[in-house]
Write a protein that binds this ligand. Structure first.
Ligand code: NZQ
Ligand code: ZN
Length: 390
């Protein structure tokens, strides 16, 4: 097992009716900015419930709605203006990954006057911690289990057609309320997105090469097996509380640091996927469902031992050579994504072979030229993967 530091300060408040804990979790005296997306939380009553829970004379509540999927820098900056003009000292994100991520950016950019006029610079540090001294503390009420943003320090912000990851240990939410009942209203497409995003988060931390990290491997396998069960159950019975609850906790845990501590990680599928979203507007999870199996086919030799372990332990494949087991695991994964309604090729998503150079150019522009668990995945490999994905 590799050396690691594990840090996760977020308090997870999980289960039915846990919104009623909000009053205790949010500071009693504060100027609070509640952030939300395109309107689902308004339409479905979650925002009113949040405001009721927070209503006391000592708190001043402000609202900022309209955060779009794949949140834009310019949108987040409008909220930063409110933070500055109203002296906001606590942020509450009510929504999915996009709202949580935008709120993390607001927390970083709005925390100090030192960033005025230089907020864009916060976006160019990749996975290294953003060099800031403080962030405004934030909490979340999660309405979409998928990204794991509720229990990590990552965010992904778009600036026009650029989509960039940001990390800061200061943007772990102080608390996250995870009530599975708040997710009953999700459209099927978003449920499927959540299952696939969570699945691929685990795969990117698991399908690399063995380092004898038995606990992390078994947590990864446990999450994958649970998703294979509860994904279809949730789609078939949207109000099955236990299916929702299991899906939710898998999503939160998948990117909370537990699976990835002490093991090699390969975020190539995500990095290529982000460029596809930025260029063509495809949902985040749908890009992952396209890239994952072609990537494995191109990199099979490097990943074969873990692919075979995954085949055996997650899919119950015990026959054949290591190479044959790996092939079967790749086919099973793609079939699972398709069973959830994913279109797993570029052409099915109206992206053609002629579009590939745009993705390659974007990867190059963003310095994504040495990806993978060993830093040897070049633009030539990306080209091969995308050609296979057509
Ligand atoms: O905007 P509203 O009207 O609220 O509707 C949203 C949105 O249209 C809707 N929705 C959310 N909760 C709902 C609901 N509709 C009905 N009932 C509910 N309970 O769902 C739509 C999608 O929401 P969004 O937040 O965009 O989805 P998701 O949670 O999948 O987040 C995707 C974003 O997260 C980033 C992605 O790149 C993308 O920008 N990621 C963030 C990560 C992180 N912070 O760690 C890691 C991920 O790999 C990912 O990159
Ligand atoms: Zn993801």
């Amino acid at each position: 097992m590799n050396n690691f530091t594990y840090y996760n300060p977020t308090q997870a408040v999980f289960g039915k009716g846990q919104l009623s804990e909000l009053n205790k979790l949010v500071p009693a005296k504060a100027n609070i900015l509640i952030t939300y997306g395109g309107g689902s939380v308004k339409r479905l009553g979650t925002l009113d419930r949040v405001k009721e829970e927070l209503a006391t004379s000592e708190r001043k509540l402000f609202e900022f709605g309209g955060i779009e999927a794949n949140p834009q820098f310019e949108t987040a900056m409008k909220a930063v203006d409110i933070v500055r003009s109203e002296g906001i000292d606590f942020l509450l994100a009510v929504g999915g990954g996009s709202v949580m991520d935008a709120t993390k950016f607001i927390a970083l950019a709005g925390a100090s006057d030192a960033h005025i006029g230089k907020e864009r610079e916060l976006m160019f540090h990749g996975f290294a911690p953003v060099p800031v001294e403080r962030a405004i503390p934030m909490g979340t009420v999660v309405t979409l289990p998928a990204t794991g943003s509720e229990m990590n320090g990552f965010s992904v912000i778009s600036d026009g057609h650029e989509k960039l990851p940001i990390f800061s240990p200061l943007t772990f939410p102080v608390f996250s309320i995870l009530d599975p009942e708040l997710t009953y209203t999700l459209p099927e497409r978003q449920v499927a997105n959540g299952v696939v995003d969570t699945f691929v988060h685990v795969l990117e931390q698991y399908i690399t090469y063995p380092v004898d990290a038995r606990f992390q491997d078994r947590v990864a396998e446990g999450i994958l097996q649970t998703l294979i069960e509860v994904g279809p159950e949730t789609l078939a019975n949207p109000e099955d509380y236990n299916a929702r609850a299991n899906l939710f906790w898998c999503a939160t845990m998948a990117l909370s640091g537990v699976v990835g501590s002490g093991v090699p990680q390969d975020w190539t599928t995500h990095m290529i996927g982000h460029e596809i979203t930025a260029l063509f507007g495809l949902d985040h999870a749908r890009t992952l469902a396209i890239v994952q199996s072609p990537l494995w086919k191109i990199r099979k030799e490097k990943k074969q031992a873990k692919l075979a372990q995954y085949a055996e332990r997650v899919w119950g494949i015990h026959e054949g050579s290591e190479s044959e087991k790996a092939d079967q695991a790749i086919a099973k994964t793609e079939a699972f994504f398709r069973s959830l309604g994913m279109k797993t090729t570029l052409s099915e998503n109206d992206i053609s072979k002629e579009d590939i150079p745009k993705v390659i150019h974007a990867l190059e522009k963003h310095g994504m030229t040495q990806l993978s668990e060993s830093g040897d995945f070049t633009l030539e490999h990306a080209q091969e993967v995308l050609e296979l994905a057509v």
